[in-house]
Design a protein around this ligand. Structure first.
Ligand SMILES: [Mn+2]
Length: 331
């Protein structure tokens, strides 16, 4: 997809202070994209800050080498954000995933709001959208921009870009991995980056809590023909002393079962809420089901948060919707 990157470079050149952010519970792609852009903006002398609405998993700390990522606090950040020239928001999907920061931005008409993203979205919250749903990662779009401006990648900037690329392509497994993903990897490796240094930090940091939680989650597994569900109650979380981030990767794991086309995980959250995560191998689109629950995401990887329901009710309804999809395909 052709992007008018000159609009972004004009806007960056015109801006003195820039705020960078990504979605709540940031992942490797959101963090990697904002950090790579931050290192570049600093290198050209821009005043900029990364302000996220929520904390990220400790495993990503390696790429935030000088602890540049800040977590939003009104007393520290409200005025600074309001007085920025430009906001660069990465991997957001829906602007509401910026939480409080989206409220500040919507009231700050002087701040140019720019989205760089690869999630399907039709929001008019942003002034400018650099949106390519065929991009394997938002970090890939950041890399494309760096190529447009002829930036010589250094190791420090390449590292978060690599983390973004491997997390969103499942380490080059998913079909979203295009030929250019490997070109991006090639250019990253040419900076001297060692792939295993990044891979092991992102994927080989399981905690005992996480492994214990996985064992009780596997006990909750139910298979409905091509569909599989797992459930995590608050009690399971507290029994294993697990944190929210410890559930990362469980839905992918369940999808890997032979014969399973769609997996979903229902996790109990505080205040009578439930989080649902969906993964599909590609036979069934599932982001429409996530949207039905007020969520969203990609065709084959999506999620939603539901208010006041129950494990059984959510599971029953999702299986019903999935079976309707199956019946439709069988017609
Ligand atoms: Mn992404």
């Amino acid at each position: 997809m052709i992007m008018n990157w000159n609009i972004l470079s004009d806007q960056i050149n015109r801006s003195k202070s820039i705020v960078l952010s990504t979605h709540i519970n940031p992942d490797g792609d959101g963090l990697g994209s904002e950090l790579a852009m931050f290192y570049y903006l600093k290198s050209i002398g821009k005043k900029c800050r990364i302000i996220n609405i929520s904390n990220h998993s400790e495993k990503y700390n390696f790429m935030d080498r000088d602890s540049n990522i800040e977590i939003y606090k009104p007393s520290d950040h409200l005025n600074w954000i309001k007085n920025c020239d430009c906001a660069l928001i990465f991997d957001i999907g829906n602007h509401l995933r910026l939480g409080e920061i989206s409220k500040i931005l919507s009231k700050s008409i002087n701040v140019k709001k720019i989205s760089i993203d690869h999630h399907p979205s039709n929001s008019n919250f942003f002034d400018i959208n650099f949106l390519d749903t065929t991009a394997p990662a938002t970090g890939y779009l950041v890399w494309k921009y760096f190529k447009y401006i002829d930036l010589d990648l250094d190791l420090k900037t390449a590292e978060p870009l690599y983390a973004a690329l491997i997390t969103d392509t499942g380490s080059f497994r998913y079909n979203s991995t295009n030929p250019d993903s490997h070109l991006m990897a090639k250019e990253i490796l040419e900076t001297g980056l060692k792939p295993y240094n990044v891979f092991s930090k992102v994927y080989e940091q399981r905690t005992i809590s996480q492994v214990k939680l996985m064992s009780s989650v596997i006990d909750s597994l139910e298979i409905f023909e091509e569909f599989a569900s797992i459930k995590i109650s608050s009690k399971m979380m507290s029994d294993c002393k697990a944190k929210l981030e410890d559930v990362d990767g469980f839905t992918d794991f369940v999808r890997s079962i032979k014969g399973v086309e769609v997996s979903f995980m229902i996790s109990e959250l505080p205040n009578d809420k439930f989080r649902i995560n969906f993964r599909s191998r590609g036979k069934y689109v599932i982001n429409d089901i996530a949207q039905y629950y007020g969520g969203g995401g990609h065709e084959f990887a999506a999620g939603a948060t539901v208010n006041g329901s129950s494990f059984n009710e959510i599971e029953f309804n999702i299986i019903k919707m999935l079976k309707e999809k199956k019946d439709f395909l069988c017609q």
